[in-house]
Design a protein around this ligand. Structure first.
Ligand code: HEC
Length: 106
């Protein structure tokens, strides 16, 4: 009985992965991550919940005066101890939402 169930599940998943609507949902899931979620995943280890942690020499984001454009450049290219985050953030939408999030930590 169990084996039949697994086979069926496998079969269903197999079909779904070829389905273009499924890919669309995946993309939506990625882009629908909020700035806060992205910040929690990628930035908290150095910058802390409120941006003030300063681990690994990280800047205090609550005192940062950089424009959105300057923050974007740092996320794209990195700067000194700050690693480039563009690949991890994956999409322009994610970049924008995390930039908006760090700016409102001030
Ligand atoms: C590995 C630790 C680390 C991680 C992870 C990290 N940062 Fe940084 N961040 C740093 C360091 C170190 C600096 C200081 C860079 C320098 O001295 O030029 C910095 C500087 C910055 C600055 C510049 C602030 C200013 O006013 O000079 C911004 C903005 C920033 N980080 C945003 C982020 C965001 C957003 C994320 C997550 C997507 C992130 N950081 C993840 C270490 C980190």
């Amino acid at each position: 009985m169990k084996i039949a169930f697994f086979t069926l599940t496998f079969f269903l998943f197999g079909c779904q992965s070829n389905d273009s609507t499924n890919k669309k949902t995946e993309q939506l899931d990625k882009t629908s991550q909020t700035g806060e979620q992205l910040y929690t995943t990628h930035c908290i280890s150095c910058h802390g919940v409120d941006g003030k942690l300063g681990a690994s020499g990280a800047s205090d984001l609550s005192k940062s005066r950089l424009s959105a454009k300057q923050v974007s450049a740092i996320l794209s290219n990195g700067r000194n101890g700050m690693p480039a985050m563009k690949l991890l953030l994956d999409t322009d939408e994610n970049m924008d939402s995390v930039i908006n999030y760090v700016i409102q930590l001030r």
